[in-house]
Design a protein around this ligand. Sequence first.
Ligand code: PLP
Length: 378
Amino acid sequence: MIYLDYAATTPIHPEVTKEMLPFINEYFGNPSSIYECGRFSKTAIEVSRNKVAKLIGADDDEIVFTSGGTEADNLALKGICPPRNMSRNHIITSVIEHHAVLETCNFLKTTGYEITFLPVDEYGLVRTKDVEEAITEKTALLSIMHANNEIGTIEPISEISQIAKKYRVYFHTDAVQTVGHIPVNVNDLGVDLLSISAHKFYGPKGIGALYVRRGTELYSFLHGGGQERGFRAGTENVAGLVGFGKAAELALQNMDLEAERLSRLRDEFIRGILYSIESAHLNGHPVRRLPNNVNISIDSVDGETIVIMLDSHNICASTGSACSSRSLGLSHVLSSLGVSYEKNNGSVRFSLVKWTSEEDIEKVLNVLRDIVATLKVR
Ligand SMILES: *Cc1c(COP(=O)(O)O)cnc(C)c1O
């Protein structure tokens, strides 16, 4: 099987599993207990916190662990935007955000917030000028994703953060697709809040973090025992956190080489598709793009048909995002790029991973070419 849907999730790295196992089988102490086996768990959590902080250039006490990217997005948005805050009740985001941001914004509308959904250009880039024009004295928060999960476009976050700073607006970025894959530094990006998820870079599912810049006024929406400095009550998922820390450590060691290799493989793959399939078209930005993302459309072919035919050759790809509620098979991201109905309907996303080889890509190219020929498209 050739699995090319790593943007949906990655397998757990064997070294991550190894590090987690003792915390499943042996060490069960509650991190809040003061006796030794409790303190042992607590220490393991703090070691992981340090590894995650290092990966993004943050301080340890700026990391709030969550159950994943979705919760981190929810905490950022709901934490900055409490209900009935009439003095500052405006949020700016983009039309191509992950549903974890879009749906939270839609929820916040019901609590008194006005939401501006910024459009994007044909490559999926938010225009800084649009951000500046949208800010009012009522704006509480700006939330723009670092890289898009469907088309891989990397947004100009550090430029947008200049604007956020100028108008003193909190700036959140959903960096679930970039952390662990390309260098992410919260100070270079200039963000106040940043969402991370472990299962997108070889860590376990159900664990993630929100980076919260020191001094940020954030409300909690999980109340109880006061864990995570009161931002997120509840007994910690110790094994998950240990795995998250290990995944962060491995990512930091391997990132540069891997990003370079994958970018080369990605470009080869894109060139191969565009060269051999006349009716194929690349979605997203040609250069400002995640190293592992290839998203194409093929004229007059249904993306779902291609995905099913690829599957019969033991190749897993996706028509877009695994977690989106696609209406009529259409992607909200591609629709907002102004991609026509046909091209949107014909889109296929391939996402590569550290184990993807040149031979895999060659095989997929050949199969894809045959499929398109069978479907009698030029
Ligand atoms: C996967 C993903 C999420 C959700 O993260 P979970 O840990 O699965 O909840 C949020 N944003 C983006 C961009 C993602 O790709």
